[in-house]
Design a binder for this molecule. Structure first.
Ligand code: DON
Length: 312
């Protein structure tokens, strides 16, 4: 099968896909609830694909770093899975789609402070709390993981974005305090929020992200590093969660249109993958009402179609 992908995949194919979705620019809205993110030029458009064999194809603004935002939730969960027994994690955070916006609070009270999954804000805050408990420098470790997986030591967290989010943190603080009232947050909320915002503020390009997440397509093995980051079984489980929860209340629509496990961020990035074959990252800052990149989703839909691929 892999050779078939190799025959169809090319940077020209990706350039053609970007040209097809470019007319959608102007139809979405750049995230502005984090003021520092509102300044990102709305017309950026990039895509990069890494195959599990290590081949790279890219087009558009594929090497320009952007705020990875919720895509960092996959890095944090991966780090937690290397530090805890899986049941220690799943006792505190669920594995079900929420069907609610990423920053929703409503289910938390009904469900005694246990978030539905690790990819909504509440779930990611619990994962950050797990990291805070076990690591002396969780921010640094998350950043190091991003650098190592992407093979790019210059990756940084944007302190302007992190501070901006901290200034407007009422909603995430409310989520964290509500969970703390149920005993599901162990650490100081303020410290926790700073770690969480710092991870969200990491800046990476499409090329960085497609490379960084290839381990999810490669049974847990990162590119250029023979030792698995996660066991193959755990990798399969993370992919199942991405397929059902990675795009929030739009996970169903994304599965229907694209058919790959994926994770989006309000910076306009989406990472998606086909197990055994490739990892792709697309970036276009304008979002649809669910908070997912509008042109990015359309580009992934075209790519899946052109490659004749879906996990379903
Ligand atoms: O906590 C927040 O609201 C942001 N730092 C991350 C949200 C996000 O990226 C949701 N993605 N679509």
């Amino acid at each position: 099968m892999e050779w078939l992908i190799d025959m169809v995949l090319s940077s020209d194919l990706l350039t053609g896909i970007l040209d097809e979705v470019r007319p959608l620019l102007g139809q979405g809205k750049v995230a502005n609830y984090i003021p520092a993110l509102a300044h990102v030029p709305a017309d950026r458009l990039g895509i990069a694909v890494y195959t599990v064999a290590g081949e790279l194809f890219s087009a558009g603004d594929a090497t320009e770093p952007f705020s990875i935002q919720s895509i960092s939730k996959v890095l944090s969960l991966t780090l937690a899975l290397t530090l805890y027994q899986e049941e220690e994690i799943w006792r505190r955070v669920g594995k079900e789609p929420s069907g609610q916006p990423f920053n929703s609070l409503v289910q938390l009270e009904f469900e005694q402070g246990i978030p539905r999954n690790p990819f909504i804000n509440a779930g990611a805050l619990v994962v950050s709390d797990l990291l805070e408990t076990r690591l002396t420098a969780p921010r640094q470790r998350t950043l190091e993981l991003a650098r190592r997986l992407a093979g790019n030591p210059s990756i940084m967290a944007d302190q302007v974005v992190a501070r901006s989010e901290y200034q407007y943190s009422a909603r995430n603080a409310a989520i964290a305090y509500l969970m703390k009232s149920y005993g599901n947050i162990e650490n100081d909320v303020d410290k926790l929020l700073q770690s969480y915002f710092n991870a969200c503020a990491i800046r990476m390009s499409c090329v960085d992200l497609a490379r960084a997440f290839i381990y999810l397509a490669n049974r847990g093995v990162p590119l250029g590093d023979p030792s698995p980051l996660l066991p193959a079984r755990t990798t399969k489980q993370v992919n199942a969660l991405l397929a059902t929860c990675g795009l929030y209340d739009e996970a169903g629509d994304f599965a229907y249109r694209v058919g790959m496990p994926g994770k989006s961020g309000v910076g306009g990035g989406i990472v998606a993958l086909i197990p055994g074959e490739l990892c792709v990252c697309v970036w276009s800052p304008e979002l649809n009402p669910a908070g997912n990149s509008l042109a990015g989703t359309a580009a992934l839909e075209l790519l899946a179609d052109r490659l004749g691929r879906s996990i379903f």
